[in-house]
Design a protein around this ligand. Sequence first.
Ligand SMILES: Cc1cc2nc3c(=O)[nH]c(=O)nc-3n(C[C@H](O)[C@H](O)[C@H](O)COP(=O)(O)OP(=O)(O)OC[C@H]3O[C@@H](n4cnc5c(N)ncnc54)[C@H](O)[C@@H]3O)c2cc1C
Length: 386
Amino acid sequence: MTGFSESEERLALRAAVADLGKRYGGQWFLKKARAGEKSTELWDEAAKLGYLGVNVPEEYGGGGGDIGDLAAVGEELSAQGCGLLLMVVSPAICATIISRFGTDQQKQEWLPRFADGTLRMAFAITEPDAGSNSHKLTTTARRDGDDWVLSGRKVYISGVDEAAAVMVVGRTEDARTGKLKPALFIVPTDAPGFEYQPIEMDIVSPDKQFMLFLDDVRLPADALVGAEDAALLQLFAGLNPERIMAASFAIGMGRYALEKGVEYAKTRQVWSTPIGAHQAVAHPLAEAKIQLELAKVMTQKAAALYDAGDDMAAGEAANMAKYAAAEACIKAVDAAIQVHGGNGLTAEYGLGALVAAARVNRIAPVSREMILNFVAQNTLGLPKSY
Ligand SMILES: Cc1cc2nc3c(=O)[nH]c(=O)nc-3n(C[C@H](O)[C@H](O)[C@H](O)COP(=O)(O)OP(=O)(O)OC[C@H]3O[C@@H](n4cnc5c(N)ncnc54)[C@H](O)[C@@H]3O)c2cc1C
């Protein structure tokens, strides 16, 4: 970013990704989702063009760009109706954590595959009994010689069926204090003792969510990512990019719905003018546009802070951006459906299918309420109720 506009390179990247997204588009995406198929062709083509590895360091074959570049890719694909959910976890969280905190060996092993997009790595933090309260995580790793033995349950984990590995947030026992502290492990999806089951969701998407069962999964010493002592720092370093990507994903989805709504409002006519001339139709679209733009500016700020190395300030901005983007997306989808009247809920127009997908943005990866808690406590200094 220079001033309030993105660099020429970023804008060119957006245009190129939008061209790719247009060749696939929302109808293609919905058809895949409804047939129970994956969006693999788009992932592979985007990967081949280097778009999924834009943030991976050049020395590992990536684009050497930053999280703002990756967010631009995510937003533009989403704005064409074919967002790739796994971008939020694989390149944004997992590649970031490994490139910032992985050992040389881990970087050599994983980063080239993030760079060329041949690898998808899922990310598992949520547990059935912990939910938003990550202090209650019970997935635990114990030492056995040089190995780790990991056991626990995870829920709602996206894309495990397509992933070669999952980055699992667990705990290890502190040798000095006996207390459990967070630690990140890379677990291959074919490891003995690792099983997963799909969760039936009412979301129309090629990307699915899974329950994970880890029963005494034996892992080599180097499955632990980075330092055992720095896990919290590492986790936050990965969760800020996740929020920035989730915001971009939501903004793209909102842009997609808004564009459909505007197009329809310009052409549909049931009285003497196109329906878009009625302010009751036009204003919700204008409001959605304003909210999406506001969310985008905050997302760009969060990315700029993150890329400048200010993790604390980036955390606040990324939470605010994710909140704003989710609300803007839900509003845009709702406005677009309303403008379409009955057509808003036909399979042909595909907007009804966006309702649950848009709503996800208010729940995951961090809920609206937990963001409000964060801002109330950290930004405003209010006391905590929980
Ligand atoms: C489509 C989808 C994909 C997902 N993908 C992944 C993934 O890839 N990896 C992963 O690890 N997780 C994933 N998740 C999980 C997601 O991050 C969680 O659903 C989310 O963090 C909320 O946790 P929970 O569902 O357990 O809700 P709960 O924690 O049970 O919360 C329920 C409700 O109570 C509210 N609440 C809880 N505590 C408080 C409080 N202190 N103050 C006010 N309100 C509160 C919450 O905001 C929420 O509205 C995914 C979820 C979905 C829906």
